[in-house]
Design a protein around this ligand. Structure first.
Ligand code: 3H9
Length: 695
């Protein structure tokens, strides 16, 4: 195999320009680190060279360490070794930052004497999002440059800043429009003319700032993220900038870095990183297929969902027409949108001018003919198949040829909806999650007839909206809601068998969810599920009894909990306990004490089992896709990687065996493991083995 040049060296008027070229994002792989170290050594040895500029080709400067190397045996030179070589270099170094400088990429730039960035680039230390800390001096050099409190905030939040903010913070010395190389060369020459290299960042503590300001910032970040072990390490490492000599602080930081990389939580977060990216490339869709251009969208239905979807488009700069059948309904919908934006402005999360720009992108229209000019139509009307079919048949006659027609259904058969048109190749599902302008998940439902271009259009658009699109197949509830149904059924069963709502909720919160199923149901309103059950002839004895008693959740002040004066924090209610016990008695179910482990497993393991079926049927293409659905649609705790990742850690054999045991103990036949899961257990294989078995 021919070796790619990861680093090219050119000389411009006695300045060596080291240009990194390691597509796609210039990650600092072992080979690149070695090339960097050697190129610095050569520039030092070359008498004709006075200074060095570090630049990069492609869309990023350097996106940091190569995450795929984590967890494998470390290969020398490490990134800290490269930075030692840069510190020891007697000639000045300048970074020309032309794209994102993240993690190790920013750390590399901090090893230079000056930094020039092009306008609009992002700089940051996102390591914390991977459950690790900046391991190559970010926690030592950045505090010495911009102060410990500001550096801590950047490293603990993981949020990048723009070049302009970086300039005001003092991270970069200059921001230029376009290519930063000429300005970097100028600075390199000016520094070289000074004769001596300026003081290295490692050698000065003057700018660390007052210790009490740092301690106040530390208390704040620790309160904000109590579950992420990396945050405490980041605090400790930045603090050591005050207390320890640079080299000692670095070796302590390195030890913490290596420990965190091995932590299960970091492994799970890295899995999430790669799963999110893999989901962007739908299985069975060639990278060459391009989506159609979308410059105007129509959203049919101005209810909560339709309004949120319209806001998503407007927020991403895409003009949208909201369509209703009656003027009053349209007016109500538009007012709700205006109110939502007004609340954001009041809270200070949205500037008034930006609100005005977004509102100006949202128009309204009464009647479907308003969809005629749209490149994409999203239908978000009531969940009723006949209604949707009628609407799509009408749309077929109105929408322009080549327009993508999407339904936002949460459960219904997308193929049956597509069948109402003469262009099923243009039809698919775009299932947004409520509130649609906030939740990041977008299930893109591929129908039997959906064309590759239509699919690519929805995926590309999802990305433009800042969502995480995941392609799924047609079935009742798709991936997310289908798995949720298993959990909901067990939550109800557990109440009948002996548990109480607060115990079930506490188990899921202990697992890492922000809320348990019953607190969640109270928030959403119990009547939605009740209506669906009545329509489909299903029952949920406890939930039904609560609804019959008028306890519909927070909106009625009572549900599974009592909300007293209408607040959001419910308390357990003895009346609910009586109601549950009476229901168990009525159904002849003997109540028993149920421990937390059983509660957790009976909520989580059936979901994993359902995930196995979903994979076997080809509804989701990869276990990671299922994980991404749960991470971004249902707030699955990221440090647990997602349901399939969790299932894979437990092992399919364990999951199958526990489900079998619970099925026997509770007499609930739905707990028997599926054929897919049993097969994996028998063959000692993981969920990956189910990928692509159908389709
Ligand atoms: C670190 O630096 C530790 C140090 O402190 C010290 C160590 C001692 N490694 O996101 P995209 C792949 S930790 C390996 O779709 P975009 C990605 O998987 C690191 N691979 O592009 C994808 O592959 P594929 C701290 C990486 O334009 C492809 O590149 N840095 C890495 O939407 C394109 O990625 C971070 O956490 C990586 N570091 O966004 C930054 N980064 O095509 C992580 C990307 O096969 N990266 N890939 O699916 C990002 O945030 C985004 O990738 C970035 C570009 C904003 C740069």
């Amino acid at each position: 195999m021919e070796e790619r040049a990861l680093l090219s060296v050119t000389v411009e008027d006695r300045v060596a320009v080291l240009r990194i070229a390691n597509p796609p994002v210039n990650a600092l792989s072992a080979a690149l680190r070695a090339a960097l170290r050697d190129a610095v050594a050569q520039a030092v040895a070359d008498q004709g060279i006075q200074a060095i500029v570090l630049a990069a080709s492609g869309r990023t400067f350097v996106a940091g360490a190569d995450i795929s190397e984590f967890g494998k045996p470390p290969i020398s030179p490490s990134l800290p070794d490269v930075l030692v070589a840069m510190d020891e270099c007697p000639k000045p170094l300048v970074a020309a930052i032309s794209g994102a400088a993240l993690g190790g990429g920013l750390e590399l730039a901090l090893g230079c004497d000056a930094r020039v960035a092009s306008s609009g680039v992002k700089l940051g230390l996102p390591e914390v999002k991977l459950g690790i800390l900046p391991g190559a001096g970010g926690t030592q050099r950045l505090p010495r440059l911009i102060g410990a409190a500001a550096a801590l905030e950047m490293a603990a939040s993981g949020e990048p800043v723009t070049a302009e903010t970086a300039l005001s913070l003092g991270i970069v010395d200059e921001v230029v429009a376009g290519d930063p190389l000429p300005a970097a060369l100028r600075r390199a020459r000016a520094l070289a003319e000074g004769g001596q290299r300026p003081q290295r960042l490692r050698d000065g503590r003057e700018r660390l700032g007052p210790r009490d300001a740092f301690e106040a910032a530390a208390a704040k970040v620790l309160r904000r993220a109590p579950d992420n072990p990396a945050v405490a390490s980041i605090v400790e490492s930045v603090r050591s900038a005050y207390d320890l000599p640079f080299d000692e602080a670095m070796s302590q930081t390195r030890a913490m870095f290596l420990r965190l990389v091995q932590d299960d939580r970091s492994k799970a977060l890295r899995h999430v990183f790669f799963a999110e990216r893999a989901a962007q490339q739908p299985a069975g869709l060639s990278r060459e297929v391009r989506g159609r251009a979308v410059s105007h969208v129509a959203v049919i239905g101005a209810g909560t969902m339709g309004g949120g979807i319209a806001m998503s488009f407007a927020n991403a700069g895409i003009p949208v027409t909201l369509i209703e059948a009656e003027p009053e309904a349209l007016e109500r919908g538009l007012q709700r949108i205006a109110q939502n934006y007004a609340t954001s402005v009041q809270r200070g999360s949205l500037a008034a001018e930006e609100r005005d720009r977004r509102l100006a992108r949202i128009g309204g229209g009464v009647g479907l003919e308003n969809a005629a000019g749209a490149d994409l139509v999203v239908e978000a009307v009531f969940e009723d198949l006949a209604l949707k079919q009628k609407l799509f048949a009408q749309l077929d006659g109105i929408a322009r040829p080549g327009a993508v027609l999407a339904t936002n259904t949460s459960y219904l058969d997308v193929d049956a909806i597509a069948g109402a048109t003469r262009r099923p190749d243009d039809v698919l599902g775009m299932h947004f999650f409520s509130p649609a302008n906030v939740m990041k998940l977008l299930e893109v439902v591929r129908g039997a007839g959906t064309s590759p271009e239509t699919l690519a259009t929805a995926v590309e658009l999802g990305r433009r909206l800042g969502k995480v699109p995941v392609v799924v197949g047609v079935c009742h509830g798709f991936v997310g809601n289908r798995m949720l149904a298993r959990r909901t059924a067990q939550a109800e069963r557990l109440l009948l068998e002996g548990a109480l709502p607060e115990q079930v909720d506490a188990a899921l919160v202990a697992f890492g969810f922000r809320m348990g199923p019953f607190a969640m149901a109270d928030l959403a309103g119990l009547d939605i599920g009740w209506r669906i059950r009545k329509a489909t002839g299903k029952t949920a004895p406890v939930a039904d009894a609560l609804c019959e008693a008028g306890r519909l959740g927070q909106k009625t002040g009572k549900g599974y909990y009592d909300y007293g004066g209408g607040g959001r924090q419910g308390v357990p209610d003895p009346a609910v306990r009586d109601l549950i016990e009476a229901t168990s008695a009525r159904l002849g179910i003997a109540r028993r004490a149920i421990g937390q482990e059983e509660v957790t497993e009976r909520l989580i393991l059936p979901m994993i089992d359902e995930g196995a079926r979903i994979l076997e049927e080809g509804i989701a293409a990869r276990p990671g896709d299922v994980d991404v659905v749960w991470l971004h649609g249902y707030n699955w705790p990221a440090w647990r990687g997602g349901p399939m990742y969790h299932g894979s850690r437990l092992g399919p054999a364990y999951v199958a065996q526990r489900l079998e045991a619970y099925a026997g103990q509770s007499g609930d036949p739905s707990l028997h493991p599926s054929a897919a899961l049993r097969r994996l257990a028998r063959e000692g294989r993981d969920f990956d083995a189910l990928s692509g078995t159908a389709r």
